[in-house]
Design a protein around this ligand. Structure first.
Ligand SMILES: [Fe+2]
Length: 478
């Protein structure tokens, strides 16, 4: 068993291996290895160390204008440690450096997070303590590794950990792994949720990275709010029926609740909790929103990957490492009409997918395309990266092959693109039979075609969560 201890200073942080953050860890031994939880096996199995490789093998041609880094985060507990749930594993970021049409390097690094008891002496949560394992985002020249239970950790462009980022001490809640940047203002909108009131807090960063607004959001009980959305003028809250009740706290993972009224809230960006207009919706859940916007009639349109109670229970099994888990949401649209109070709900696609992405230039504005891989947490024989055309209902898919599965497909806009889909999709693809991984770059206008380029990575990459393309111009590196 790795030991917890008092830690002071970043040097000490960097020296420490990982251990339990909010639940007791157990050290794996020969007996437990016979019945490993699913999140420690197969495509999920963590890698045991950090490596670096130069001059990667590339098939095809990397577009020369792609100068930057693709970073992808995910749980990767240290060797021999089982933290009891997939989402507790220490964050490890896998990075691929592209420039001049070449893949210059690959490296993987754990995020050096603070390992200390997550609860302070006064009973509140120490927001410096969290695995930083869910996403990577950049804003105002800073690269952040994020998890929704804690503060972000800042990374260097070479994947070293700088330390906790609390925006000059102004951030007083956790930070979601899914902030949104308004393409018109350059402000970053985000929130944090908590198990004590206020159950959610809305925040906004200026384009320069200053925390300029923090507003408590009233919710009837503690929920798990993994994602949210913005439109041009509003913030969209998902008060859906996955809650932190007593049983969930005991279990260490939230529960579906039939008694929680599912609602979606629409709040003016400069408003507060009292200004939220709530719409009651059908009992569904969504890990991830693709996008939201205001249509010409003034209605709020929200596109997400959504499932029902049975889908939630199936997803829960993935995190708890129990066989039979699956991620089985579908692209779904809520249309909320403030004039009439009416809600429209419908499926946009009957193919199960997760991890929706869009052209981020369309965040909060009307979008046409949503990209998402099929059942990314449950390898099947029919794995694809899908482009949904929400205008026509058409679906275009890149077929990966029977034993290859993709993670999130990040959209990278072309520099001089004229259309929403002018650009590329980047995704890590896992080959289950060879136990290897590659970074696939697809032409987003025609994703069914063979990849524009395939970068062969020097090692397998465990299945993880979210990634981001970070152009050199955004983080001040040459
Ligand atoms: Fe997520």
């Amino acid at each position: 068993m790795l030991k917890l201890g008092a830690v002071g200073g970043l040097a000490a942080l960097n020296a420490l291996p990982s251990t339990a953050l909010s639940a007791p860890a157990r050290t794996l031994n020969r007996d437990s290895a016979r019945s490993l939880p699913t999140y420690l096996t197969g495509v999920f199995a963590p890698v045991p160390d950090e490596t670096s490789s130069l001059n990667l093998v590339v098939e095809g041609a990397i577009p020369p204008e792609l100068a930057g880094r693709y970073f992808r985060n995910g749980p990767n507990p240290y060797p021999g440690v089982d933290l009891g749930n997939w989402w507790r594993g220490d964050g490890m970021v896998h990075g691929v450096r592209l420039r001049h049409g070449r893949a210059e390097w690959y490296r993987n690094r754990w995020v050096r997070t603070l390992h200390a008891p997550p609860t302070l002496p006064d009973g509140t949560r120490d927001l410096r303590v969290g695995p930083a394992n869910t996403s990577v985002k950049h804003h105002a020249g800073k690269i952040m590794a994020l998890v929704e239970t804690a503060y972000p950790y800042q990374l260097t462009p070479d994947l070293d950990t700088v330390g906790v980022l609390d925006f000059g001490g102004r951030l007083r809640s956790a930070m979601t792994a899914h902030p949104r940047v308004h393409p018109g203002t350059g402000e970053m909108h985000f929130f944090g949720y908590a198990q004590q009131p206020p159950y959610a807090t809305y925040h906004r960063l200026s384009p320069a990275g200053e925390l300029v607004r923090s507003v408590p959001i009233d919710l009837p009980e503690a929920i798990m709010m993994h994602d949210f959305a913005i439109t041009d003028n509003h913030v969209i809250w998902l008060d859906l029926p996955v809650v932190w009740d007593d049983a969930a706290r005991e279990r260490g993972f939230p529960n579906w609740s039939d008694r929680h009224e599912p609602r979606i809230g629409v709040m003016p960006q400069n408003g507060g909790s009292a200004d939220i207009r709530w719409f009651t919706v059908n009992p569904r859940w969504a890990w991830h929103v693709g996008n939201a916007h205001e249509d010409r009639a003034g209605r709020i349109v929200v596109d997400a990957i959504s499932g029902d109670a049975a889908d939630w229970v199936a997803t829960q099994k993935i995190f708890e490492g129990v066989p039979g888990g699956r991620a089985h949401g579908h692209l779904y649209r809520w249309t909320l009409d403030p004039a009439t109070g009416r809600v429209g709900e419908r499926h946009l696609d009957d193919m199960a997918t997760e991890f929706p992405s869009i052209n981020d230039d369309r965040v909060g504005l009307g979008h046409r395309y949503v990209y998402s891989p099929t059942t990314p947490l449950m390898p099947t024989r029919h794995n694809r990266i899908v482009k949904h055309d929400t205008r026509t209902g058409r679906r275009t898919a890149h077929y990966l092959g029977a034993d290859r599965v993709a993670g999130e497909a990040v959209f990278v806009p072309a520099r001089c693109g004229r259309h929403e889909d002018d650009g590329w999709l980047m995704a890590i693809v896992h080959d289950l039979t060879r136990s290897s991984a590659c970074l696939v770059i697809l032409d987003a206008t025609a994703p069914a075609r063979r990849p524009v380029a395939t970068v062969h990575l020097p090692r397998r990459v465990p299945y993880g969560f979210h990634g981001e393309w970070i152009p050199d111009s955004e983080v001040g590196v040459e």
